[in-house]
Design a protein around this ligand. Sequence first.
Ligand code: ADP
Ligand code: G6P
Length: 484
Amino acid sequence: MSSNKTIIVSNRLPLQISIKDNSIEVSPSVGGLATGMKSVHKDGNGLWIGWSGIPEEDINPSLLKKVKGRIEEAKCASVELTKQDIEDYYLGFSNRTLWPLFHYFMEYTEFETKEWEAYKAVNEKFAKVVLEHANDGDTVWVHDYQLLLLPELLKNKKPNLTIGFFLHIPFPSYEIFRTFPWRSEVLTGMLGADLIGFHTYDYERHFLSSIKRILRLDVNFNEISYHDRLIKVDSFPMGIDYDKFHNAALEHNNSETEKSDLQKRLDDHKDPKENKKLVLSIDRMDYTKGIPNRIKAFEYFLDNNPQYQEKVRLVMLAVPSRSNVPQYIKLKRETDELVGRVNGKFATVSWTPIWYFYRSLPFDNLIDLYTSADVALITPVRDGMNLVAKEYVATRTNGDGVLILSEMAGAAKEMNEAILINPNSFDDFSNALKKGLEMPLEEQQSRIKILQKRLRRYDVEKWAHEFLSALEATKELKEVIVAK
Ligand code: ADP
Ligand code: G6P
């Protein structure tokens, strides 16, 4: 048996550390990367390297040992970021440049040389920690847009590592990407990997187009010739931990223990005889998720379908995210105002149209929400994948429920049985919601059944396995090249 190990590297670790009154609090990280990879990591014997979520300056020597201990217990190792790193690399270049640019929000994208320098320096920091742990022959799997330069840094220092890179967000079209001042550096950074993966074929195509047009490299189908190497590019749509969600829902539905307060409040509104239904949305509070649009479209729906007033409630969970970045502050303010306006306009003594939670909820409450929702309204304006859509489907243990999904989410490519909409069209939105609320049970069940079958088969474990097998296969490719 080989003793080589697999190291996962991402900006954020699956656990988030915070310090309160000189003691440590640990919570799970939110977001598709963390929730998806956590399921893969828990069973393996590898290591996960990333940032714990607190600035280096906030960890005093008496806490350092404890923090490290908690991180090691979770089979992780940390990269320390200073307050300045967090400002310039994380909030700055990662989330004020790359995130908006890659999600087609050009008007939000800032190009700051100082932040680019910080991005390079922090990628070097990550490389240093990875190299302390990685031996020749190990596999390193690098994740996401915060670490685009890391594959090349690792390959230059240790060519015998097998390096995979997966991007969890869209790769934009060439016309967008070409506006980016550091486009060549970022592409060559990614090319340090032996295998580069995307959620969809479209993102892969956009990437290859930039490789051809910006770096002028030879691309043969999905292989890039670069110096004396061949780099594979492919799409691997990320799945979810299907059994975890499905079994949690089964347990929830069959449990005889007392219901949570949230569940009781959800039940209060539901009444099939009176056609009273719940519509659910769950997102990180992010401008890519189309939250203001969704509220306005819901208002439009209620205006045009008055028979649904007092019948339908939108339960909207927005989990706080990147709340120091100006666009996120603006989005939060806009959302608060819109919810207030719509509730003020329609509310009656017995009905509030939108129930809005701006907080993180524990897993059991997420299951309460998923299992109670007659319709899930997942309408990002742009999203790499969107795992919430898949989690909703997995929890529909009776086969009922309707998924309304934006065409702009990567998940839409595999979820044709959902009602797919253009989230920018209020008419599309309103018609889909009406259709969803009125869909006969047999049709709901037949759609959900097909979706469940697909999600169960291609779950997150399968996804990781396919990526890692394709990465392993690149070793053979290397041997062929060396032999030539
Ligand atoms: P993104 O990666 O952009 O945040 P996704 O929909 O792909 O979007 O992933 C969101 C993930 O965050 C889902 O797996 C969802 O279950 C998880 N999540 C949402 N709310 C919470 C929460 N309160 N606590 C922990 N995880 C959450
Ligand atoms: C998305 C990104 C992840 C990121 C997550 C949460 O899923 O693809 O890389 O970790 O959002 O965002 P945060 O900035 O809090 O890590």
